[in-house]
Design a protein around this ligand. Structure first.
Ligand SMILES: O=C(O)[C@@H](CO)OP(=O)(O)O
Length: 204
């Protein structure tokens, strides 16, 4: 039996728009972010997808994205589990700083390493590896069992928490993950085999 796992990064947030490092800070979706989240729901509805369960983080931008997607599917009252394990990578001392100001201060290369490398943490924050060390066990113990039972499961989360998850699902190396970028509000649909291997992956 094959289950379905849908991963969606939240729609544009107020701090994405302002170009600020966000991490565990908790800004709202922008108007565009709301539109992106609804469009994600519309695409999933067009596929005839219905969810059995939804997971999201402890942060509003992901929770609201999740709710807007479920609204488009007329599944507003679906059981939705929130957990901090799915939060964005903690950006530590960079949180709240403007990304261009950070580049001017520390240089393009250093900022890119903090943003996209696998194992270099920003000062006071989490590397992608640190993020994966909380995301992956949560996924394995809480989310994956439902998918392996043949259910259709939504995970509405964040750029880097989902990069960590996708890195493991796709078997990417620390070098390969550097170039992975996730768009806001873009659903990624995985079909998993009963033995948890990936049967297919499609970006909508
Ligand atoms: O600021 C953040 O929390 C993330 C996602 O918006 O940014 P980045 O793409 O730089 O990892």
């Amino acid at each position: 039996m094959s289950g379905t796992l849908v991963l969606v990064r939240h729609g544009q947030s107020d701090w994405n728009l302002k170009n600020l490092f966000t991490g565990w800070r908790d800004p709202e979706l922008t108007e565009q972010g709301v539109t992106e989240a609804k469009a994600a729901g519309t695409k999933l509805a067009a596929r005839g997808l219905k969810f059995d369960l939804a997971y999201t983080s402890d942060l509003k931008r992901a929770q609201n994205t999740c709710a807007l997607i479920l609204g488009e599917l007329a599944q507003d009252s679906l059981k939705t589990i929130r957990n901090q394990a799915l939060n964005e990578r903690d950006y530590g001392d960079l949180s709240g700083l403007n990304k261009d100001d950070a580049r001017a201060k520390w240089g393009e290369d250093q900022v890119h390493i903090w943003r996209r490398s696998y194992d270099v943490p920003p000062p006071g924050g989490e590397s992608l590896r640190d993020t994966g060390a909380r995301v992956w066990p949560y996924y394995m113990h809480e989310v994956q069992p439902h998918v392996l039972r043949g259910e259709t499961v939504l995970v509405a989360a964040h750029g880097n928490s989902l990069r960590a998850l996708i890195m493991a699902l796709d078997g990417l190396t620390g070098e390969e993950v550097v170039s992975m970028e996730l768009g806001t509000g873009v659903p990624i649909v995985y079909k998993l085999n009963a033995d948890s291997t990936v049967a297919s992956k499609e970006t909508l």
